[in-house]
Design a protein around this ligand. Structure first.
Ligand code: C2E
Ligand code: MG
Ligand code: MG
Ligand code: MG
Length: 275
């Protein structure tokens, strides 16, 4: 016990814990270097309309680690948040998204496609977040209204007043906003009304069970009705089957994302049809 060990003794770490800490520190070092070396890139996953026409894409970060291969964002985004690299990583992702918008702007077939970028809590709450985003947009020459930032409910509720200020500033610049994983957090109707939002994304956990669990079907229908009442677009995430798509369409969903239409792919592989 810590108490009986006395006041002046050092803490003992068990070897497993120490090993985990060293592994994390090593991963942090290689993420820092990897960012510098350009190992972090974006993949694009199509967002399609009811006719399966591609209307945009979500940018998803991928880290091509020299030894470990493709490290999923679930592993390195939280790490980047903890060690303060998220600002740089987030900037890199925004830059890549804006560069892609500029490439798409050169052809009429792709010039109105939007790109959604995920923004994590710590990144959004950085003091100069608004400046970071507007600088990247302006320097790249991308159209701000084709850039959408995805925030989660927890980010929005962290500090509502400060959040509204930041969102309003970016909105004035033309940037659009989406709530990601909607339905999994705690946002209230009062906030929905106050935030300058454009879109809700139904979390894929609800979509996955929409045909088999009546409660999930109810949640999905409620989100669609809510969005309609607030004049927000809705994207259903994680659509994997035609039956899910049918259910969503029948209840008024007009935008879809999921393996049914396309997996995230490297920017060079992205195609303009959703099947
Ligand atoms: P998210 O923003 O909710 O992104 C959707 C995730 O669902 C992606 O996982 C995507 O590959 C996956 N997905 C899409 N369609 C389907 C489907 O039909 N079935 C299934 N099972 N999965 C599907 P991914 O790329 O592993 O990203 C995981 C999370 O990591 C993202 O969730 C997002 O929260 C975070 N993330 C990714 N890129 C970034 C980034 O650049 N910045 C930040 N802050 N977070 C990021
Ligand atoms: Mg997202
Ligand atoms: Mg999501
Ligand atoms: Mg998510």
């Amino acid at each position: 016990q810590a108490k009986s060990a006395g006041r002046n003794t050092l803490r003992f770490y068990d070897p497993a814990m120490q090993e985990a800490m060293l592994a994390r520190a090593a991963l942090e070092t290689s993420l820092r270097a990897g960012l510098q070396r350009g190992e972090v890139e974006i993949y694009l996953q199509p967002v399609v309309d009811a006719e399966r026409r591609v209307v945009g894409a979500e940018a998803l970060a991928r880290w091509q680690h020299p030894e470990r291969g493709n490290v999923p964002p679930a592993e390195f985004i939280p790490l980047a948040e903890q060690c303060g690299l998220i600002h740089q990583l987030g900037g890199h992702v925004l830059q890549a998204a804006c560069d892609q918008l500029v490439r798409w702007s050169r052809s009429p077939a792709s010039s109105t496609l939007k790109i959604s970028v995920n923004v994590s809590a710590r990144q959004f709450h950085q003091a100069d977040f608004v400046r970071q985003v507007t600088d990247i947009i302006d320097r790249s020459g991308a159209r701000a209204d084709l850039l959408k930032l995805e925030l989660t409910e927890s980010v929005l509720l962290d500090d509502v007043e400060a959040t509204i200020v930041k969102m309003t500033e970016l909105k004035a610049h033309g940037v659009c906003f989406s709530i990601d994983d909607f339905g999994t957090g705690y946002s209230s109707l009062a906030y929905l009304k106050r935030l300058p939002l454009d879109e809700l994304k139904i979390d894929r956990s609800f979509v996955a069970d929409v045909l088999t669990h009546p409660n999930d079907a109810t949640i999905v229908r409620t989100i669609l009705a809510l969005a309609q009442a607030f004049s927000l677009d809705v994207v259903a995430e994680g659509v994997e089957t035609e039956e899910q798509r049918q259910f969503l369409m029948q209840h008024g969903c007009a935008l879809f994302q999921g393996y049914l239409f396309g997996r995230p792919v490297a920017v060079g592989q992205f195609e303009l049809t959703g099947d």
